[in-house]
Design a binder for this molecule. Structure first.
Ligand code: ZN
Length: 659
């Protein structure tokens, strides 16, 4: 009998049940006034003439993408204008349904409807809109009848796994066994990403563009093992997934934990791009994995992507964005760079650099993260997964419980949970990230042993108003070696970078969404002299996050390391050369080690995140002995031309094949 034999380990709370606080609220408010709130005014594809609103405009993925982020943002902030805007989109989509179940504008493609389903389910969760269940019943019945003759193709095939979430959602409400059969057909017609993760056929920088090498498809595809688990309940899917994630990291992993793709899988070099759609889709995939498996490790990775790459993809006022970001990003300009497939403006900030997919899709990033902060557990308790400032309202065993989390995490390391209202007896689980080896826990001021089981500490008791749990997650700065021979530095979830300052030059765009190039204010070349031991003892300086902590104005955290300037670190095709070349061009006589403040990755749009490792100062020399103009030893340190990145010819014919 067809059924869903697997189940979600954690139960999601409805959008709006978790409210942002502190720096996270500021971030969402900026998005509401900027990237999301202003977009319909300036971008027709999210404007009133969208085909999804009954107009004559865009009929494909952009309308649903926008709505998929607009809904959780509107409910997170309880913003009346955004709620009204979301309602107009929902009403138009519901009104578009034909008697046979098909909906949306005049187009044949299954794919954009997969995105629309994600949005409709969130809307139903948030509002209890009773129209959604019968709407989905009609659509899925239509689809079940159509799919044998009109199967998923192209983008729908590459991304079909994403539809399982909506089918499972409806199955939970109706129990209709036909939905499990439909889910199986959908999986059979979708790319077998689980097999791809197991075989891992694409281990090099992509030369031939395919749906299977497309970074956004891969970021979405990693949820496939979890979707299969929901159907058959086989725990082996989790092993396949984690082995596949390890392969992704090994062959395409970047210093910050995300894999590259510009816009196809692009290897481990620190100047390869990561597309903004891949950032938000990887975040959503990890959110789904957390729901299915309750896995602390996936929350660790989610925090690394959310707290480093997400803010870095946007301007500090949360309006314009990049299509590709680089870990080592020392010049942001319109120029030909070594992308697998993208235009020369891909790395600039703007309304739609390169292509408008990210313009439409980025909205889901921050607001959906909020929903990963708290979940209800099988045993009638509450679990904190992704950490950050929030207030949660939850239907506990004895009525509504409200808990406020006061923290500056990820900049600070203390999380304070206070029961604001309600109470009762239930277990509270708090995630302990893998990087934290000595968590400290106190309940109502009394220290208790922090016993970590499967990545969580558990406090069970009768809770009453005013109860306070304090969790401290001390982090030690860590040197992380890279395949390049260089290394990065982390502190907890944060990637740390050298930020030489930024000069922003507007070259186009509108008042709402400027187009920007950015240059370095000072020499950006820097190598680490501190070794792993010295890094672990580096001084950490924490401040209070300001209104926008992801900006250079006043970074809320600094870590002081020993480093040496590398003014001769060359550039290759618009990007910093690999660290090995920086070492090769290092003139030991030129500069001495100095103490340099590293700052969070997300604060710096011009940055070095993957550093060359340098030997300490040559004994006997001092600053005064340095010979800045000496070229002694120049021959010895000459750059090996074979180390330079080979310039690959671009094939314009291939470019349009897959975006
Ligand atoms: Zn994109």
């Amino acid at each position: 009998l067809a059924s869903f034999y697997g189940s979600f380990a954690l139960r999601e709370l409805v959008p709006g049940a978790i409210s942002p606080r502190g720096w996270l609220r500021d971030q969402l408010a900026l998005q509401a006034r900027g990237a999301t709130g202003r977009l319909p005014e300036v971008w027709p594809d999210a404007g009133p003439n969208s085909g999804w609103l009954g107009g004559t405009g865009e009929c494909w993925e952009r309308g649903p993408y926008f709505l998929d982020g607009l809904i959780p943002l509107a409910h997170a902030l309880a913003d009346a204008d955004l709620l009204a805007l979301a309602q107009r989109w929902i009403d138009a989509i519901l009104a578009s349904q034909r008697p046979d179940g098909w909906f949306g504008p005049d187009s044949e493609d299954w794919w954009p409807r997969i995105v629309a389903l994600k949005a409709l389910v969130q809307h139903a969760d948030a509002t209890g809109d009773e129209r959604i269940v019968p709407f989905l019943e009609r659509y899925f019945a239509y689809q079940a009848a159509q799919l044998p003759a009109r199967p998923f193709a192209r983008w729908a095939r590459a991304r079909g796994n994403d539809e399982i979430v909506a089918i499972a959602w409806l199955h939970e409400r109706t129990g209709d066994p036909a939905l499990a059969e439909l889910a199986q057909v959908v999986l059979d017609q979708s790319t077998d990403w689980e097999r791809w993760l197991r075989v891992f056929p694409h281990r090099e920088v992509t030369k031939r563009l395919k749906y299977l090498t497309h970074v956004v498809n891969v970021a979405m595809g990693i949820k496939a093992p979890a979707m299969r688990f929901l159907l058959d309940g086989d725990p082996a899917h989790r092993e396949t997934l984690d082995a596949g994630l390890a392969n992704l990291d090994r062959f395409h992993g970047q210093v910050h934990g995300m894999f590259s793709g510009d816009e196809h899988l692009a290897g481990t070099d620190a100047t390869r791009g990561v597309e903004t759609c891949a950032v938000v889709e990887m975040m959503f995939s990890l959110q789904t994995l957390i729901r299915v498996w309750g896995s602390a490790a996936h929350a660790d990775l989610l925090e690394r992507i959310a707290y480093n790459l997400m803010p870095a993809a946007l301007t500090a006022d949360v309006t314009s964005h990049q299509y590709h970001q680089q870990a080592n990003q020392v010049l942001i300009s319109v120029a030909r760079r070594d992308w697998t497939a993208a235009d020369d403006d891909s790395q600039t900030f703007g309304l739609e650099p390169n292509y408008g997919c990210c313009t439409a899709n980025l909205h889901q990033g921050w607001p959906k993260l909020l929903r990963t902060m708290w979940y209800a557990t099988e045993d009638g308790g509450l679990a904190a997964l992704v950490h950050g400032p929030s207030t949660v309202r939850w239907d506990g065993p004895e009525g509504v419980v409200e808990i406020e989390t006061t923290t500056t995490y990820p900049f600070g390391d203390i999380l304070r949970y206070e029961v604001l209202s309600g109470g009762g007896e239930f277990p509270l689980r708090l995630r302990i990230p893998a990087w934290c080896s000595e968590p400290e826990l106190a309940v109502d001021g009394a220290s208790v042993a922090a016993i970590v089981v499967d990545g969580f500490v558990r406090v069970e008791r009768r809770w009453t108003v005013g109860d306070v749990v304090e969790l401290r997650l001390p982090a030690v700065p860590r040197l992380v070696e890279r395949p390049s021979g260089g290394a990065g530095v982390t502190l907890g979830s944060l990637q740390l970078v050298h930020a030489p300052g930024e000069i922003w030059e507007r070259y186009g765009g509108s008042d709402q969404f400027g187009e920007w190039e950015v240059r370095s204010r000072r020499n950006w070349g820097l190598g680490l002299v501190s070794d792993a031991e010295a890094i672990a003892e580096a001084r950490v300086e924490r401040g209070e996050p300001g209104a926008q902590p992801f900006a250079l104005v006043d970074p809320p955290l600094r870590v002081w390391v020993e480093a040496r300037d590398l003014p001769d670190w060359p550039m290759v095709r618009g990007s910093a050369a690999p660290p090995a070349i920086a070492v090769a061009t290092d003139n030991l006589g030129l500069a001495h080690a100095r103490t340099v403040a590293l700052v969070p990755y997300g604060t710096a749009r011009i940055r070095v995140a993957e550093f060359p490792l340098l030997p300490p100062d040559v004994p006997g020399t001092t600053w005064n002995d340095a010979q800045p103009n000496s070229d002694d030893g120049a021959d010895e340190w000459e750059v090996d031309p074979d180390l330079l990145i080979a310039a690959e010819p671009r094939n314009p014919a291939e470019k349009g094949e897959a975006r």
